[in-house]
Design a protein around this ligand. Structure first.
Ligand SMILES: [Zn+2]
Length: 315
């Protein structure tokens, strides 16, 4: 039997298919340049806020331990393996317990990409004007929590869509203890000393990437030591339409967790917005940060990661 009704049903199916093809072509047209899945910016922001809810998180306080346990458990949800690199450091007369949190994703074939951020916060607000305020510990919403938040959100992305190259996320402890450089970058220095250099092609450090008025300039040490990496990041950001956030010129030269890695022979780029009025003050709080800033940085790094192919496939 071949009725008019059936013909109409066929026509409807045909039109539906046509619409789907047109829609997918349109989507492909819009996102032809993106290779990476989207980042859940609401989740990223919740990870930023959760860290701040613990309170200031410098070495030696209870909030430090609680934050470490939270991040270890959160990364454990997504990683194929997560480890705590525990060690200690004597500062003055006190011995402090520190932990780097290191999570691994994707294929095991080396070399992969190292993504990192520091999870501790500054124990003193040394950029405050009043001497009483200077002695207080900062919340570290941007300086600490923001880089970690992007990386934990990326961990979820890597879990749901395995990248072609192995990726490790290292959350460093003891970056901001201080007050001087003698007692800073403690976790990254420890990590660099113990890492298998051949496991990584390069590293990307995220620090202070949550400012709601985000402007990230190229950083001098990264330009000198990891030019290919910075070019890749800034070109990728421009391709994604983030050129007004990732400004294509050098503005600052900064001592940060990338230096111990560079010294150990690993090119590492520091992605940092140093134009932050609340840096090392008590006003570095959640309300100064935005989910959109975390999304822009997360999407750019995801695009860099998912554009990487294993060496054997590029031959
Ligand atoms: Zn700091």
């Amino acid at each position: 039997m071949y009725t008019a009704e059936k013909r109409f049903a066929r026509l409807k199916v045909y039109l539906m298919c046509l619409t789907m093809v047109a829609a997918s072509l349109l989507l492909e047209g819009c996102f032809a340049q993106a290779n990476s899945p989207n980042i859940d910016s609401a989740y990223a922001f919740s990870v930023l806020k959760k860290q701040c809810d613990f309170g200031p998180r410098p070495m030696g306080v209870a909030a430090h331990t609680a934050t470490r346990d939270y991040l270890y458990s959160e990364l454990g949800k997504y990683a194929s393996a997560v480890e705590l690199q525990n060690f200690s450091r004597k500062v003055g007369s006190r011995n402090y317990a520190l932990s780097n949190i290191v999570a691994h994703f994707g294929a095991s074939k080396s070399p992969g990409i190292l993504l990192c951020a520091h999870w501790d916060t500054r124990p003193i607000a040394d950029q405050e004007l009043e001497s009483a305020d200077k002695k207080k510990a900062i919340s570290g919403a941007n300086d600490g929590a923001s880089g970690v938040a992007v990386l934990v959100a990326l961990a979820k992305v890597f879990h749901d869509n395995a990248p072609q190259v192995p990726v490790s996320i290292a959350l460093f402890d003891g970056e901001d203890f201080g007050p001087t450089g003698d007692d800073m970058y403690i976790g990254s220095t420890y990590f660099a000393k113990h890492m298998n250099r051949r496991a990584y092609k390069y590293g990307i450090l995220l620090d202070m990437v949550g400012d709601s008025k985000l402007e990230i300039y190229r950083e001098g040490n990264s330009e000198d030591s990891a030019k290919q990496v910075t070019d890749n990041i800034w070109q990728t950001a421009a391709k994604l339409g983030f050129g007004s956030t990732f400004r294509d010129s050098v503005k600052y030269t900064i001592s940060d967790d990338h230096l111990p890695l560079i010294e150990a022979g690993l090119p590492c780029a520091d992605v940092i917005d140093f134009d932050y009025a609340y840096w090392h003050t008590l006003k570095d709080t959640v309300d100064k940060c935005s989910p959109e800033s975390l999304r822009i940085v997360g999407k750019t790094i995801a695009e860099v990661v998912y554009s990487e192919r294993t060496t054997s496939q590029t031959h």
